[in-house]
Design a protein around this ligand. Structure first.
Ligand SMILES: *Cc1c(COP(=O)(O)O)cnc(C)c1O
Length: 372
């Protein structure tokens, strides 16, 4: 058997007719940029996110950049980010010549450790970007409390957790601004690049609409030195179709995760994902923390099972961030994670036989290890 790390086939084959219908509609309408499809999706996604406003944009990185701009973050300001996030979170901060201040993750949830945030706040701190990593919501209530106390703006990075909750309130509705990505492999994915920002602040939503469109509210009148960071009509049309299935697909991911939990429960050298008691996860990834990670990955590969590492190098150790002058050991939790985590295959439509196949080879690897 061969198990891909991710497989779109099951998801897309079931809605192929609807996707093709959406494409035909846009083709017939002959309107491809900022039209009725973008407006419709923005309304639908705001509704899904339980926020008043949504602004569709070009991708997740741009959603983060635009959020930081309208939050008023300037060169030299400090922005708190987790030390174990995907690089885009940090790149957005650097784009504004602001300074990323890394805070280590909690060793169980892998989300930002709330107890370490206050110590990282200085007079220059402007914003916090909690990242709901791997599908699990951060502890948003205490994070908002800290932000209120120090008058900081919270920008959620919700790229990996469409549909997760903290204390019954959905991610993407907690922060002052909430940036997300609809990169194809995310839980809600377009058929190309796409992103959005959700907010309850009308002024922010208006400003973002201006910034995404050359800084122009009225055609040929430019208020700010804006960008072209728009969401395409065609992607918005595909996203509106797929939004109707996100709850179903998330529930399938949760079920697959429950199979992994059962099948791998008694393997001593594996730490399974820990979900905070007040949070839910939509299992964008199923992460195991293991001994002999690289050998395990190779063994699985030799047996037809693809796995990945999210992420092999933490942002502070990336070549691009040499100028921040961090060194190995500065963020040991993030560094340890990048050396010991493995992402197992998980995708909507993956069945119990496939999950069992993966689990059995993992168990076999550790059986051989214990004997050898
Ligand atoms: C994917 C991702 C992004 C960037 O989204 P793009 O649409 O690829 O630009 C940002 N943050 C996190 C946590 C992500 O997973």
């Amino acid at each position: 058997m061969k198990i891909s790390f991710f497989d779109f086939n099951k998801m897309h084959s079931e809605i192929q007719g609807e996707l093709e219908g959406a494409f035909s509609e846009v083709l017939k309408r002959n309107w491809f940029v900022l039209g009725s499809e973008v407006e419709k999706f923005e309304k639908n996604y705001a509704n899904f996110s339980n926020t008043q406003y949504c602004v569709g944009v070009s991708n997740g990185l741009d959603a983060l950049k635009l959020s930081l701009i309208v939050a008023g973050v300037k060169a030299g300001d400090e922005v708190i980010v987790p030390s174990n996030t995907y690089i885009a979170t940090v790149l957005a901060v650097s784009f504004l010549d602001a300074i990323p201040v890394f805070v280590e993750p909690n060793i169980d949830t892998y989300n930002i450790d709330v107890s370490l945030i206050e110590a990282a706040i200085t007079s220059k701190t402007k914003a916090i970007i909690p990242v709901h990593l791997y599908g699990q919501s951060c502890e948003m209530e205490p994070i908002m409390a800290i932000a209120n106390k120090y008058e900081l703006i919270v920008i959620e990075d919700n790229a990996q957790s469409h549909g997760a909750f903290y204390k019954g309130k959905i991610t993407g509705s907690w922060g002052h601004l909430n940036a997300t990505s609809f990169y194809p492999g995310k839980n809600l994915g377009a058929l190309g690049d796409a992103g959005a920002i959700t907010t309850n602040n009308l002024d922010y939503s208006k400003q973002i609409k201006t910034w995404r469109n050359y800084g122009s509210e009225i055609k040929y009148f430019n208020k700010v030195l804006g960008f072209n960071m728009r969401l395409d009509e065609i992607q918005a049309a595909f996203l509106s179709v797929k939004l109707n299935y996100i709850k179903l697909w998330n529930s399938q991911r949760v079920e697959i995760a429950s199979w992994y939990y059962q099948l791998l429960a008694d393997v001593e050298l594996i730490k399974l994902p820990v979900i905070h008691e007040n949070a839910t996860s939509v299992f964008h990834q199923f992460i195991i923390k293991v001994e002999y990670r690289d050998q395990l990955q190779l063994f699985l590969k030799e047996n037809g099972i693809e796995t990945m590492i999210h992420y092999p190098i933490p942002p502070h150790m990336q070549e691009a961030y040499n100028f921040l002058n961090y060194k190995a050991g500065d963020f040991p939790i993030a560094e340890n994670l990048s050396n010991s985590i493995l992402s197992l295959p998980i995708w909507p439509g993956m069945n119990l036989i496939q999950v069992t196949y993966v689990a059995n080879y993992i168990k076999q690897f550790y059986k051989i290890k214990n004997i050898g």
